[in-house]
Design a protein around this ligand. Structure first.
Ligand code: C2E
Ligand code: CA
Ligand code: CA
Length: 385
């Protein structure tokens, strides 16, 4: 229900320089807009029924650029910031930015330049990055890095996880946490993901050369958006054939996030299973539906989220939780990899719980392929014990 106010003739609604937190629509009566220009007060406008006033200050969080005085008894409808600004920005940050820019120009005409608000910088930054992203594959700006997955029992590298990096021409390395969501929104993740799978397969062949066997596996991250693209499983099969990699050696890692709402993604998972690749449920334990997914979808492995690793030590619920997840995986005949091991204590605690496969900074950080291959060549490079 809109709030209304009655302003008697001769009273100010607001004065120039005050902070503004709502706008008004004149229902009946008359409002004079007066402003200080070159030191003296001048009449700028007279507003009657149906006209909105004061909206500038609400949207760009600035101060009133003029004063508003009722020249008759006037009734006004109050429009709150919630109604005017938040809603626009929530609906679409880009639209919010556009609105603020336009109002900023208006304000500049009457007053000083508008202050830059932090969200605006973020939105602009996001738009710039989005633009840069579109040509990044063609310009060869992506790199595939590799982090070993270690086998605590065999004391060897069992596999690698391929992690994408973007070497931006001016910003340097950009984290996938920043650009993968942008690539998902724009659909560019489909071609980026295709490139990444090819790279990971090529890397796996180099790994085989160093190891002298073909038992090492390769984990590749896949976004839901890729799974939803028509023919995804067929493309995976094509890449594997072209690169000469047996499907069972590739783990496609999917984060549970949006899977449940997308039948197309679920179908693609089943189709990938038919191709013979292994499917891994990433960030296990962080979503609401981990168990349901494990039950309904053809996952071969879980990756216990890295947030559990620090909880492995100490006397909280952490060790019990990890033990339960490992037990569940075993019961359902699924594999388990624990992520984010950063200390010897965490490693030992995991081993004591029967955890065998894990990865983390303690063993090795993700690195370009030559560095990863170097780890294979030096068996004592990793701290298994
Ligand atoms: P993720 O799949 O959970 O990947 C593991 C992340 O944990 C990596 O971050 C890795 O660097 C980091 N990590 C590894 N060990 C440790 C540790 O001991 N401690 C801590 N704190 N972190 C550790 P990164 O490389 O920044 O990747 C972030 C996320 O970006 C990944 O999370 C994945 O969801 C996404 N991502 C990375 N590469 C790709 C890709 O090629 N395609 C898609 N769709 N997503 C990708
Ligand atoms: Ca992953
Ligand atoms: Ca993960």
């Amino acid at each position: 229900m809109a709030q209304r106010i009655l302003l008697p003739a001769g009273e100010f609604l607001f004065r120039q320089g005050e902070a503004g937190d709502c706008a008004y629509i004149v229902e009946r009566g008359r409002i004079e807009i007066r402003g200080l220009r070159s030191g003296s007060e001048v009449l700028l406008n007279v507003l009657g029924p149906g006209v909105m006033l004061g909206e500038l200050a609400v949207i760009d969080s600035g101060t009133r650029t003029a004063s508003a005085l009722a020249v008759e008894d006037t009734e006004l409808i109050v429009v709150t910031r919630e109604q005017l600004s938040d809603r626009i920005v929530r609906a679409d940050p880009v639209l919010g930015l556009v609105v603020r820019q336009i109002l900023g120009h208006l304000r500049r005409e009457i007053h000083d330049p508008p202050p830059i608000v932090p969200e605006e910088t973020l939105t602009l930054d996001r738009m710039r990055l989005e633009g840069d992203l579109s040509g990044a594959v063609a310009r060869g700006e992506f790199e595939s890095w590799y982090q070993p997955v270690v086998d605590l029992e065999a004391r060897s590298i069992a596999g690698f996880e391929a992690l994408i990096r973007w070497r931006h021409p001016t910003r340097g390395l950009v984290s996938p946490a920043t650009f993968v969501p942008l690539a998902e929104d724009s659909g560019l993740i489909v071609s980026i993901g295709h490139w990444m799978l090819q790279e990971a397969c090529r890397a796996l062949r180099r790994v085989d050369e160093v190891c002298g066997h073909d038992r090492t596996f390769m984990c590749v991250n896949v976004s839901c958006r890729q799974l939803e693209a028509p023919g995804y499983a067929r493309q995976v099969a094509q890449v594997l054939t072209a690169e000469g990699v047996a499907p069972g050696r590739v783990h496609l890692e999917v984060t549970e996030g949006l899977l449940i709402t997308s039948p197309a993604a679920r179908e693609a998972l089943h189709a990938c299973k038919q191709v013979g690749v292994r499917l891994s449920l990433d960030d296990f334990g962080t979503g609401y539906s981990s168990l349901a997914y494990l039950n309904e979808l053809p996952f071969d492995l879980i990756k216990i989220d890295r947030s559990f690793a620090p909880k492995l030590v100490g006397d909280g619920q952490g060790p019990k939780l990890v033990r339960a997840m490992l037990g569940l995986a075993e019961l359902l005949d699924r594999g388990a990899i624990t992520e984010g091991i950063e200390t010897a204590e965490q490693r030992d605690a995991l081993r004591a719980l029967g955890g065998r496969l894990c990865q983390g900074f303690y063993f090795a950080r993700p690195a370009p392929l030559p560095v990863a291959l170097g780890l294979l060549a030096a068996p004592d490079a990793l701290a298994y014990a």
